[in-house]
Design a binder for this molecule. Structure first.
Ligand code: HEC
Length: 82
């Protein structure tokens, strides 16, 4: 999977998160409608997170049509959350 070969930018990922995810996961990813995402990278591996974001398997979370660079940035951001 191309995403996993990229070394994303947490800063870019943070910006993407603020545009696409905060409505449900909260401005600091501490959770609202959707769960707290701190330590998510300890529970799910990168492939599972990519599937979660692009799959649309758990409504109401929508599927995101996100390119590998942006997905890699998002992963880097999620890894930066402790
Ligand atoms: C419309 C609301 C909504 C939006 C927007 C949304 N999510 Fe979610 N998300 C949810 C809900 C609700 C769940 C819990 C789904 C379930 O397992 O039942 C979830 C689950 C998750 C999970 C898995 C959490 C776990 O504990 O297993 C991840 C990772 C995640 N979201 C990341 C994101 C990211 C990254 C974005 C932005 C690209 C995003 N979400 C946008 C509502 C949303």
């Amino acid at each position: 999977m191309e995403t996993l070969e990229l070394n994303g930018s947490a800063e870019e990922g943070d910006a993407l998160f603020k545009i696409n995810c905060v409505g449900c996961h909260g401005i600091t990813a501490r959770g609202l409608v959707g769960p707290d995402l701190h330590s998510i990278t300890q529970r799910l591996n990168d492939r599972e997170i990519i599937k979660q974001v692009t799959g649309g398997l758990t409504p109401p979370m929508p599927s995101f049509d996100i390119d590998p660079v942006n997905m890699s940035n998002l992963l880097k951001y999620l890894h930066s959350l402790k």
